[in-house]
Design a protein. Structure first.
Length: 369
């Protein structure tokens, strides 16, 4: 009964390109409401749309660009395209299929912690439209690693043929109540629970929204966590790539330490970068700029690229880098890749520019081949 509707919608898309600007038309309305409430409203309705007969196929027809020339093999995994969804959007592995239908080449879930936790008090996410940015102090709100593991396993079991082989990463952290001296135990619990269902791991010690977490980026505690996980990184002859997500606020000396740590621990690579605590050169009102939390979006574009370039040059390309931070256009994506990133991830740019950004980036990459 829905075929006639889908024919009309797809006809509008293919002939008049009306749907391409639809997100930009509804964005001002969405931006009038609390960002966190809008997030859940949009994801709930996206799930409903994909459950309608023909909905998932229409989503792929509109947004997903499949071309073998976009495929890329990085740290032993084959990605259908290099544009991924960054951690933080799908904290509880709730919309993996829906995000894949929008054209993402890989999905990173989390950050997950061993125990469920509510995160920081609300409101805890703020839009800065004048800067095309977000500030968040979510605080690793999630339903716990058991829920995420079960949902990923269910997705693997029920994935449609077109989604078989989708790369899924698990971003892991520690609970707020866990003292730093015991943090390694939280990372172990998440690692063990997710090992059978994810394709790679990301150790998150760089969020500014869990008190004391960034102290774990120091050489001693960080090596302890990474070495411990590497020692456990084998099950029935299978190991998983482990990546480290770092802050953009590190100094060159600290980035030098990161290069040494990655090579000493033998992990697969780095994700550069997380959100920043800097508020330099923002155009937004003081009230917004003074909100505590991590800043993401266009103000991070330059610094994230600088960190990628520094790591790539300092390490002589010894390990892959996933570039994230301020990607709002195909040109931003190409800049990250040219700086030394092997893959890229979107979050804030996805919110500001809409799902069409994924396809535009992939089209740009194809045009450059």
């Amino acid at each position: 009964m829905y075929h006639w509707l889908w024919s009309i919608v797809y006809g509008l898309w293919s002939k008049k390109s009306y749907l391409r600007s639809m997100y930009q038309l509804i964005k001002p309305l969405l931006f009038k409401f609390d960002p966190e409430k809008v997030h859940y409203f949009v994801t709930r309705n996206l799930k409903r749309f994909n459950l309608m007969p023909g909905g998932a196929g229409l989503s792929r027809a509109i947004w997903d660009l499949r071309d073998t020339r976009l495929e890329k093999e990085v740290f032993g995994l084959k990605f259908k395209n290099p544009v991924g969804l960054a951690a933080g959007f799908d904290k509880n592995a709730d919309v993996i299929s829906e995000m894949a239908n929008l054209g993402f080449g890989f999905i990173e879930v989390g950050t997950v912690t061993p125990l469920p936790q509510p995160g920081n008090p609300k409101p805890r996410m703020f839009r800065l439209p004048k800067d095309s940015a977000l500030i968040n102090r979510m605080g690793f709100n999630n339903l716990g690693v058991d829920v995420a593991a079960a949902r990923i396993a269910a997705y693997r079991k029920n994935a449609s043929p077109v989604q078989k082989g989708l790369i899924i990463g698990g971003n892991i952290g520690k609970n707020k109540v866990t003292p730093n001296e015991d943090a390694v135990s939280d990372y172990i619990k998440c690692f063990d629970k997710l090992f059978d269902v994810v394709d790679y791991f990301v150790v998150n010690v760089s969020s500014p929204n869990t008190p004391g977490l960034r102290e774990l980026q120091e050489k001693g505690p960080l090596l302890n966590i990474l070495n411990t996980l590497q020692q456990r990184n084998s099950k029935d002859g299978v190991s998983r790539p482990i990546l480290l997500k770092i802050a953009p606020d590190l100094t060159d000396s600290q980035l030098d330490d990161i290069v040494e740590i990655v090579q000493t621990a033998g992990i697969a690579g780095v994700i550069a970068t997380n959100t920043t605590v800097s508020r330099d050169d923002l155009q937004s009102p003081e009230k917004l700029k003074n909100e505590t939390g991590g800043l993401s979006g266009k103000p991070l574009t330059k610094r994230a690229t600088e960190v990628i370039s520094y790591l790539a040059q300092k390490s002589n390309g010894a390990f892959p880098i996933i570039g994230v931070g301020g990607i709002h256009s195909p040109e931003d994506a190409v800049e990250k890749l040219n700086a030394g990133a092997s893959l890229i991830q979107l979050y804030t740019g996805f919110i500001y520019e809409g799902p069409g950004l994924i396809k535009r980036i992939n089209k740009k990459l194809l045009s450059n081949k």
